[in-house]
Design a protein around this ligand. Structure first.
Ligand SMILES: NC(=O)c1ccc[n+]([C@@H]2O[C@H](COP(=O)([O-])OP(=O)(O)OC[C@H]3O[C@@H](n4cnc5c(N)ncnc54)[C@H](O)[C@@H]3O)[C@@H](O)[C@H]2O)c1
Length: 261
């Protein structure tokens, strides 16, 4: 219960890591959760199920495309009306499309920059407007190990995530005088997430002409600790960074990747 009584906003919360983080934040004592995503129906179901499992936590589904400025502004306004404050932003929503440079269309490039970088900027900006008068707040971006090292056939994703690190470091300086800390968490491959199960295994299997289980074994073998990243591996660090135990930590990007560089 390290986040007792706190209000958090999680983007991309309809599935995958965002959904898992929502449950973990409720377990850690958050009493208010604003959950955003573009998948409105799935998001409502997550908020409903979470609320049923954790009655102490008021979970509100706020459908929001983080690339649309007016939608992000409206969401922050709704959070202020509903909860009266915001303690934690988890900027988690992200997208990936794998392609070699000469096969990457401008649309695919722009989509990843829009969601992964501009979306993070808009949410951080609006969250900071709520946090500044409080003199306290925490912003955590879910980045990627691809935000710290280039990624094969993932130039747009890596560029957007590298940009997220620059944004994190810079706004950490802007917001430090207001008691707001900003950090990035850089997970390794979450091999059981919908991102891999629904998209990447299939894309890589097709490109390399291999079965999907061979692709999985290939990725596991690249991790010194020998397995894919789990939601809890990420959540453990997110909870620490969101808590007062991390009160002297800002502007950092931490890898959670089983030793994989
Ligand atoms: N899956 C991995 O292996 C992995 C590894 C490292 C980092 N990450 C990062 O973790 C985060 C979560 O990834 P995930 O694996 O849970 O992916 P996911 O695809 O399961 O979930 C991402 C969520 O973001 C939502 N989303 C997409 N575009 C949006 C938009 N414009 N506005 C609002 N919501 C939007 C999607 O609807 C989805 O629910 C991402 O930032 C991703 O880059 C994932």
């Amino acid at each position: 219960m390290r986040l007792q009584g706190q209000v958090a906003w999680i983007t991309g919360a309809a599935q995958g890591l965002g959904e898992a983080l929502a449950y973990r934040l409720a377990q850690e004592g958050c009493t208010g959760l604003a959950l955003s995503d573009i998948q409105a129906e799935k998001l409502a179901a997550v908020a409903h199920a979470l609320q049923a499992q954790h009655p102490h936590c008021h979970a509100v589904a706020i459908p929001c495309d983080i690339c649309r400025e007016e939608a992000v502004v409206r969401t922050a306004k709704q959070i202020a009306q509903q909860f009266g404050r915001l303690d934690i932003l988890i900027a988690n929503a992200g997208v990936i499309h794998s392609a070699e440079l000469t096969e990457m269309s401008l649309e695919q490039w722009q989509w990843q920059i829009d969601v992964n970088l501009t979306g993070y900027f808009l949410c951080a900006r609006e969250a900071a407007k709520l946090m500044k008068p409080q003199g306290k707040g925490v912003i955590i971006q879910i980045n990627s190990k691809s935000g710290l090292k280039g990624s094969y056939k993932n130039c747009a994703y890596a560029a957007s995530k590298f940009g997220g690190i620059g944004l994190t470091q810079s706004i950490a300086m802007d917001l430090a005088p207001y008691g707001i800390r900003v950090n990035a968490v850089c997970p390794g491959n979450l091999l059981d997430s919908p991102m891999w199960q629904g998209t990447l295994f299939e894309q890589y299997a097709r490109k390399w002409g291999l079965p999907e289980d061979a692709i999985r074994r290939y990725y596991e073998a690249q991790v010194p600790l020998g397995r894919g990243c789990a939601y809890d591996d990420v959540a453990n660090l997110v909870v620490f960074l969101a808590s007062d135990e991390a009160s002297y930590i800002t502007g950092e990007a931490y890898r959670v990747a089983g030793g994989q560089l």
